[in-house]
Design a protein around this ligand. Structure first.
Ligand code: EZ4
Ligand code: CO
Length: 401
């Protein structure tokens, strides 16, 4: 079953997405998500200029062989641009294989390990009262797990504060530079979770995203101060370039640790996993080399009792969310899946078989990944340059956003 052509579709239905469509001589096609938020055209170019000429003519059934060929054959290994492009090819090939065999992809991954996939939603507010009301709205909609972010007094931009129940960090045009104070944040956050537990009780799973903004010792302090409010996890407490630094956080707190939405291979997290320094690995399909590579990360994690918690923000397209759900429902060591519903404009371009019910999701029973793209609707939404924000400390020093 030869791959006859590949098309890179760049569109902006509410936000930018890069989608790969691989077609075979049998008339089947598969979709892959190649969206790298704020760097979309770099991946589109890498795919179009370098990857697709190597893929056309190959046997679409040889998913692992094509993955290894694109990874090892580039000589220049890893990196988000390269791995996102490989991920898109891999997703499209799993989609094709599922369609050719008439089964949903999760059946090819060992079948379902659970009936449905626990997901968490994103709540935020300008004040503790607003944040509590936002979390309560999610609970009323059936969510069993909610991420809570709150504006910090004296900080002009805390991470993760949306308008209403919508949060979208990328901004059209050049990136805004935000100001940040870890001191003000650390002094304030425990009160947010104290109020949430007081108002909403012990049952709801509460999550929080630090977004890489603390030093290891600051993160240790935060984790310890949140212990009475028993979080499901504290996410990305510190940047993970030096994986061993997580040992310090681990030694100081029982608050569970999740990390890895920016990881792009098992080599970014094998020390974290083998050292039992984290509880959840957040790598996801699009940015970590596709279904094939994410499954290897999940397998290593399973050996060390680390569970999965795939990134699932709106900058991961419905193709990526579907692929994550097929992995989530099949791997034994699934933990939770992030879920931000896509904008109505996005839903008009991408139709999907996955569904949400009572705080859980299921990938559906459609053959392949179960997502389709409306090429005409996509073409009506041209790319618009957009960047993620950047951050500086109060004295002007560049900080992690
Ligand atoms: O900032 O997806 O947990 N979710 C997140 C996201 C990320 C964006 C970056 O592209 O941290 O909101
Ligand atoms: Co995050």
């Amino acid at each position: 079953m030869r791959i006859t052509s590949g098309k890179v579709i760049v569109c902006s239905p509410g936000r930018n997405f890069v989608t790969l469509k691989l077609e075979t001589e049998d008339g089947l096609y598969g979709l892959g998500d190649a969206t790298l938020n704020g760097r979309e055209l770099a991946v589109a170019s890498y795919l179009g200029e370098h990857v697709l000429p190597l893929v056309e003519g190959r046997d679409a059934r040889r998913i692992e062989d094509i993955w290894q060929f694109l990874y090892k054959g580039a000589y220049w290994r890893r990196g988000p641009v390269t791995m996102t492009a490989i991920a898109a090819v891999d997703m499209a090939l799993w989609d094709i294989k599922g369609k050719s065999l008439g089964v949903p992809v999760y059946q090819l991954l060992g079948g379902a390990s659970r009936d449905a996939v626990l997901v968490y939603g994103h709540a935020s507010g300008a004040t503790i009262a607003e944040t509590t009301a936002a979390v309560a709205r999610y609970a009323h909609r059936g969510y069993k797990a909610v991420r809570a972010q709150c504006s910090v007094p004296g900080v002009t931009h805390a991470y993760g504060i949306g308008s209403g129940d919508h949060y979208e960090p990328a901004k059209t045009g050049l990136a805004p530079e935000e100001r940040w104070s870890s001191e003000r944040y650390l002094a304030f956050v425990p009160a947010v979770f104290e109020a949430l537990r007081r108002e909403l009780g012990p049952d709801l799973h509460l999550l929080h995203d630090v977004h890489h903004r603390l030093t290891p010792i600051e993160a240790a302090r935060l984790g310890r101060s949140l212990e009475p409010h028993h979080l499901f996890w504290m996410e990305d407490p510190t940047p993970a370039e030096d994986q061993d630094r997580f040992r310090l956080i681990r030694q100081h707190t029982t608050t569970p640790i999740a990390v890895g939405e920016v990881f792009n291979s098992v080599f970014d997290c094998h020390r974290l996993i083998e050292g039992h320094l984290i509880d959840y690995i957040r790598a996801t399909v699009t940015h970590a080399g596709g279904i094939s590579h994410l499954r290897k990360i999940a397998a290593l994690a399973e050996v060390h009792q680390v569970r999965t918690g795939c990134h699932g923000a709106t900058d991961l397209s419905p193709v990526s969310l579907a692929a994550a759900l097929h992995v989530d429902v099949s791997v034994h060591n699934f933990g939770i899946q992030e879920y931000m519903p896509h904008a109505p404009e996005t839903e008009r371009v991408f139709s999907h078989a996955y569904s949400f019910e009572e705080g859980t999701m299921h990938p559906g029973e459609a053959p392949g990944l179960g997502v389709d793209i409306d090429d005409v609707a996509a073409a009506a939404c041209p790319y618009r340059r957009a960047y993620l924000p950047t951050a500086r400390l109060e004295d002007g020093t560049v900080h992690d956003w």
